[in-house]
Design a protein around this ligand. Structure first.
Ligand code: UD1
Ligand code: MG
Length: 479
């Protein structure tokens, strides 16, 4: 949903369908981040800022995206390589950085004359595609369309100078007169402009201004001089045009972004105990009647089935939780590249840890301080306390006792443990892999099992208990 209010855009104009090329300016240093990482690679919801911008360009179904790199160019290019999708993704270097106009000049050789160019900044991550679509429609292949916003404190920004209603120029803060500084409508840094006009105007730039830079914003006065209509579209949504310059601004925008995601989830029916205490750093899909308690973090691709409840303070990454399962507080699930899955009606936690390749069937119970890695647990299997299941295949209804573990690693290689259906493993057992426990077998508590156990057998592998009557404990010696 956009707060953008479209004007009467001439969508019927034939040139309105001109191909779109996006230019993403990402050469700036970002001094105020005080970081070794280039600013546009700082992360919002775990995704580099400039990658958010590229994702928006993809939603526009643009023909190409040209990323202008400079500071940390190699890192920025490496971070984006291969992420163009259907877009032709191009990189252009800007060395040295002589201003935003100079930045866009570098892109001109790879921009066709037939398109509309949408200029974006790599440090403005949350602009929505529908806002840009409306700006492109406004440009209609023939006008200069600017996205602007009224700010209570416009300090530092380029002011939109109008004569009557018509936009005459953008004047940068440092070049502005006192009267111009009183203008609260500022340029967001986002514009849509016909490529042919952009090329013509950029050839006329100079750097005779307070900062000695080539300002992209000077093209506005050229448009006015050439009699090309300049349309300034005001957005009411500051988040969409907010740029990141400092860690404080980054954290503020992260909160705005998370709040939007929380709102979208609630609108889809998800019950959040507190929308301010939720972080989604990836994609969270929820069925009906999902409940999420406070301070939960979701990363990568997570899907929660109907009626799933997630307790407080859980971290869930790259996993699937089937309908009716309950994830109790303080549980950590990280499926990694392999993924992890929790079956219908399963009960997990509190304080459980599921790692890559954990595949739990229906009604499985995993209790406190139990770790499961690369293991399959069939329906109804239980490991309720203080246990480790690694590289194991566990059958239906198996009960895996408190403090028991699979010793899956011999110091060089990993081996599998197979526990067939209805096995009962007592407390504090070590199952030394590779080993198989046949269906229905029982393992006595405290056993170290190094050989297969036949189906139905009882296996006890521990020191025999000896009782010595009337045992006199040693006495403390007198000093
Ligand atoms: C720019 C606008 C200003 C607007 C503001 C909105 C100009 C001259 N001014 O100012 O009107 O209100 O954005 O945030 O355009 N960059 C390069 N190469 C350069 C310089 C900048 O790639 O040589 C990139 C930066 O990395 C950044 C973007 O361009 O992503 C904007 O540059 P920035 O220096 O932040 O421009 P402002 O002075 O904020
Ligand atoms: Mg800026």
């Amino acid at each position: 949903m956009s707060l953008f209010q479209p004007r009467d855009a001439s969508a019927s104009s034939p040139s309105a369908t001109a191909p779109v090329d996006v230019v993403i300016m990402a050469a700036g240093k970002g001094t105020r981040m005080k970081s070794r990482l280039p600013k546009v690679l700082q992360r919002l919801a775990h995704v580099p800022l400039v990658q958010h911008v590229l994702a928006t360009a993809q939603q526009l179904q643009a023909r190409s995206a040209v990323v202008i790199t400079g500071h940390g160019a190699q890192q920025v290019e490496a971070a984006l390589a291969g992420l163009g999708g259907a877009l032709a993704l191009k990189f252009v270097r800007q060395e040295p950085q002589l201003g935003t106009g100079h930045a866009v000049q570098q892109a001109l050789p790879v921009l066709g004359d037939d398109g509309v160019v949408v200029v974006l900044s790599g440090d403005v991550p949350l602009t929505q595609a529908d806002t840009l679509q409306a700006l492109i429609a406004l440009c209609a292949g023939q006008h200069l369309a600017l996205l602007t916003i009224d700010l209570p404190d416009p300090t530092g920004y380029g002011r939109v100078v109008r004569a009557g209603d018509a936009v005459q120029a953008i004047v940068e803060h440092k070049d502005a007169s006192a009267a111009q500084r009183a203008i609260t409508e500022i340029y967001s840094g986002i514009m849509a402009v016909p490529a042919a006009l952009l090329k013509r105007w950029l050839a006329r730039l100079d750097n005779h201004n307070a900062q000695g830079e080539y300002y992209l914003t000077d093209i506005v006065k050229f448009a006015a001089q050439d009699g090309v209509t300049v349309l300034a579209q005001k957005t009411l949504d500051a988040v969409q045009v907010a740029g990141i310059n400092s860690p404080v601004q980054l954290a503020e925008l992260e909160r705005s972004f998370q709040h939007r995601q929380a709102t979208a989830l609630m609108e889809a029916g998800v019950r959040l105990a507190d929308p301010a205490r939720l972080d989604v750093r990836g994609r969270l899909l929820c069925g009906m009647d999902v409940e999420i308690d406070v301070n939960c973090i979701f990363e990568g691709d997570v899907s929660l089935g109907d009626g799933v409840r997630v307790g407080a303070h859980c971290v869930l990454a790259n996993c699937t939780v089937a309908a009716g399962a309950v994830i109790h507080p303080f549980t950590h699930i990280d499926g990694g590249a392999q993924g992890a899955s929790v079956g219908e009606g399963a009960l997990i936690g509190p304080f459980a840890r599921l790692r890559p390749g954990a595949q739990l069937g229906a009604q499985v119970h995993i209790g406190n301080f139990v770790e499961v890695k690369n293991s399959t647990l069939a329906a109804g299997a239980k490991a309720n306390h203080l246990a480790y299941l690694g590289d194991a295949t566990v059958g239906e209804r198996v009960n895996f006792g408190a403090g028991s573990i699979t010793a899956n690693y011999d110091g060089a290689n990993k081996h599998r443990t197979v526990i067939e259906a209805d096995v009962h493993v007592g407390s504090n057992c070590v199952l030394v892999a590779p080993v198989t426990l046949g269906a229905g077998a029982t393992v006595g508590g405290g056993s170290t099992i190094t050989k297969d156990v036949p189906a139905g057998a009882l296996s006890v592998a521990r020191g025999k208990q000896t009782n010595i009557a009337n045992w006199a404990r040693p006495q403390k010696l007198a000093k």
